[in-house]
Design a binder for this molecule. Structure first.
Ligand code: HEM
Length: 346
């Protein structure tokens, strides 16, 4: 059939034209194999080089690009010091927090088991005197309640992902953490207010003096019920707590302020410095407050009333703050000794 032979001829002609093209494609395919292998290898090779580059950079150096917007810091692509910061958050902070907080809980538990509760040696007198006025108690509980929520929500930021996420599951943990973060941000302000008022109302009774040295030398009389060194309104231990609260509180407030307004520190390295200060002081502060909470509640009989009702038993006051009681009696603001009667401790 003439028609079919002409089609065949046309097909042969076409094949002859495309033959070199096909050969070229085949060659390309053969050479393309090693090239494809190179591409799959490259990212690893680049990562290795990037690592070397990062290691070669001295601390504080940055890998920067160029930007045309006013904020020059947006040009920073990589900040190698950030790796040290991440290492601190992941591996050093859990140790600092664990040793100080769990260590303090262990010390307090051992102290309670060995020493027991510090009792009112003479028993309750049945007569009370004012220790803290209502404004002082309001300031204390404002600061204390803010501190407790700040501490719990802060610990959630540091360790929640490891300790709480597996217990709550992701949904509940995310909801809880969002609320905790809000509380942490906003309660910082009433905490700072309470701190400033505490400083103003209690500074006059917390100036260290000779008597404090004596108190410390006698170990605060913590080991015996019947012999407590004489003290004014605050003994050396309480003065210590006052200054821990003021100095720790100021450090927490300044560092926290920089974290609330992250553009204030100026650059990311300074911001990282303040997060480290905030976290380390927080762990030590929480540990110190655990000791304070212990001695102000289960650790010492009769102590909680001072911040509860504001009134303390006269015998408690005489045992722990003998000089202060005399001063108050001279002013007519405490019952005289003769009116005090002993009732057995519960
Ligand atoms: C549930 C927690 C707390 C309890 C049961 C508690 C209990 C007490 C008690 C009973 C006192 C009076 C001691 C005395 O008679 O002199 C006191 C004083 C004081 N508290 Fe607290 N407190 C707690 C939390 C806090 C927190 C979180 C802070 C600060 C962040 C704080 C700061 C102070 C300061 C500065 C004083 C005066 C100095 C001193 O007595 O040590 N308290 N607290």
């Amino acid at each position: 059939m003439p028609g079919s032979s002409s089609i065949l001829r046309f097909a042969n002609l076409k094949f002859a034209v495309f033959k070199p093209l096909l050969a070229a494609l085949a060659l390309l395919f053969v050479f393309a194999q090693p090239a494809a292998a190179q591409i799959s290898f490259k990212p690893t090779a680049e990562a290795v080089q990037e690592d070397k580059l990062l290691n070669a950079l001295k601390e504080g150096d940055k890998i920067t690009g160029r930007v045309s917007i006013p904020d020059g810091s947006a040009a920073n692509l990589i900040q190698p010091a950030g790796r040290d910061w991440r290492d601190f958050q992941r591996s050093k902070l859990p140790w600092i927090g664990g040793i100080s907080i769990l260590g303090m809980l262990a010390v307090l538990a051992i102290f309670l088991m060995v020493r027991g509760r510090i009792r009112v040696h003479q028993g309750f007198s049945g007569k009370t005197m004012l220790r803290f006025a209502s404004f002082e108690r309001f300031t204390h509980w404002l600061t204390a309640s803010c501190f407790i929520i700040l501490a719990l929500s802060g610990l959630n930021v540091s360790f929640g992902r490891t300790l709480i996420l597996p217990l709550f599951g992701p949904d509940a943990f995310a909801t809880m953490s969002a609320w905790a973060k809000l509380a942490h941000n906003y309660l910082a302000f009433p905490f700072m207010l309470g701190l400033a008022i505490m400083f103003l109302i209690w500074i006059k009774d917390n100036i260290p003096g000779k008597l404090d040295w004596e108190w410390l030398k006698q170990g605060g009389g913590l080991l015996s019920d019947d012999k407590h060194p004489p003290a004014k309104r605050f003994n050396a231990g309480q003065k210590g707590i006052f200054w821990i609260v003021i100095i720790g509180g100021v450090l927490m407030s300044v560092s926290g302020w920089f974290l609330l307004f992250p553009y204030l520190p100026g650059n990311v390295t300074a911001l990282q410095f303040w997060t480290v200060i905030h976290a380390v002081i927080a762990m030590l502060f929480i540990a110190a407050m655990l000791a304070h909470i212990y001695i102000g509640s289960i650790g010492m009989e009769g102590a909680f009333d001072a911040m509860g009702t504001g009134e303390v038993d006269l015998n408690w006051a005489k045992e722990h703050h003998a000089i202060w009681v005399k001063e108050q009696q001279a002013k007519g603001e405490a019952p005289s000794d003769s009116t005090a009667r002993a009732v057995p401790a519960e």
